[in-house]
Ligand binder design. Sequence first.
Ligand code: ADP
Ligand code: ZN
Length: 215
Amino acid sequence: MLLGPPGAGKGTQAQRLERAHGLVQLSTGDMLRATIASGSELGEKVKGIVESGALVPDDIIVSMIAERIEQPDCARGFILDGFPRTVGQAEALDAMLAEKGTGLDHVIEMSVEADVLVRRISGRYACAKCGAGYHDEFQKPAKEGVCDRCGSTEFSRRADDNAETVRKRLDAYEEQTAPLLPYYREKGLLRSVDAMAPIDQVTREIENVIAGGEH
Ligand code: ADP
Ligand code: ZN
């Protein structure tokens, strides 16, 4: 599990872990954006919540994850990116994993100062075709306007990545998600990495944590 505020680099590192270790990245943010794009009734409801910067209710998120981890591609392991966001979700996750006879191997806190988060979030965008993440300043494609991974020339920015919503999202993190840090620390699962460092260095720190073995 990668735990940290929006813009900490969870998605960036999850994409790298996915390729390096053959794991699946489960981003509840991406799942919600797919639900919104489907135009369903649930999608309409979720759209309003996400665009305001608030958190989607626990029951919706928990059932989404419960369904997803039953898929065969999750059997070899998965990276949780952006879930859980509340202590209620963390408790539901514990119960879900215990029922499957499994549990979390690592909870990795990615810590970053608030002003850096705003800069990261306002500059980020992704390939519209394959989802590879980029940044105007920190992570440009090798050839301008062309995705490194799939060659697409179409990119998109998230509707909730604007200055006003970002502040609300950071507040929601402090109030509702930061309590997960003591929750996992008490279980002896929490390790922290300095996510202010350049992307490659953060990757190395995460690899070190993982190499330290399972808990
Ligand atoms: P999260 O998934 O935690 O919200 P992202 O992985 O989308 O965060 O990262 C936010 C933005 O910051 C992206 O545009 C990414 O390219 C950039 N970024 C991620 N990690 C770093 C880092 N260590 N240094 C500089 N920029 C970074
Ligand atoms: Zn691409």
